[in-house]
Design a protein around this ligand. Structure first.
Ligand SMILES: CC(C)(COP(=O)(O)OP(=O)(O)OC[C@H]1O[C@@H](n2cnc3c(N)ncnc32)[C@H](O)[C@@H]1OP(=O)(O)O)[C@@H](O)C(=O)NCCC(=O)NCCS
Length: 187
């Protein structure tokens, strides 16, 4: 029996790709309405919603990757922050609901890693993962860390998080899991 092959491409969107930005924004809004279970059993929003303007902002840097299949955008990942000491944060990782568990987010994150390692070989990469994205980042060779190697500015954001007090009480810098992607191999 002949197999079939679904074509999929990585596209680097630009600020003119407004329809895709609307799509990506809508996926983040949908994801933000769901929760992931924290180690203490509480539900925390899966991810923060991103507005159209925020997504277009990411597109404008050329640091977003979209996976396109059969003419549709299905997954997104981006460099969302440039931190001191050469650290870049991978974020905005989201896949259209019906297309999850097919390797699309892994493909987008891997493409980002290839782009960064090629264009900015001295930069270091990390992600703050929830329980849904953690296996994906580990699968790409990421190393779970306590986050102590990351600049203190990263943790300033956490002070506005509802889980801040509990995370610190548990001896953690953040309620998400820091994963160092700097030494991960690319596929
Ligand atoms: C987290 C998220 C982005 C993952 O997207 P995804 O496209 O499903 O991710 P992938 O398919 O690349 O990998 C997810 C799983 O599918 C598996 N997978 C990869 N390719 C596969 C394939 N061809 N067939 C079956 N499974 C596959 C991966 O091994 C992984 O499995 P695991 O979680 O059991 O280890 C998606 O669940 C999502 O959008 N969630 C809401 C937003 C969110 O939480 N973002 C992260 C914020 S930190």
């Amino acid at each position: 029996m002949e197999g079939f092959f679904i074509e999929k491409h990585i596209v680097v969107p630009t600020i003119n790709d407004v329809t895709w930005a609307q799509e990506v924004s809508s996926w983040t809004v949908e994801a933000s309405k769901n929760g992931v279970v924290m180690p203490n059993g509480e539900l925390k929003p899966t991810m923060l919603p991103k507005t159209l303007e925020q997504v277009l902002g990411l597109f404008s840097y050329g640091w977003s990757m979209i996976v396109e299949t059969e003419g549709l955008a299905v997954a997104h990942a981006a460099i969302t922050f440039e931190w001191p000491e050469g650290w870049l944060e991978i974020g905005g990782v989201v896949t259209k609901k019906e297309y999850r568990k097919l390797g699309y987010a892994s493909m987008a994150v891997n493409a980002l890693m290839v782009m960064v390692k090629h264009n900015f070989p001295d930069k270091k990469l990390f992600a703050l993962c929830n329980s849904l994205s953690l296996p994906l980042f580990i699968g790409l060779g990421g190393v779970v860390s306590e986050g102590k190697e990351l600049p203190s500015e990263v943790w300033k954001e956490c002070e506005n998080c509802s889980n801040f007090v509990r995370a610190r009480a548990a001896g953690k810098l953040c309620c998400d899991t820091p994963v160092n992607m700097t030494l991960a191999d690319m596929r």
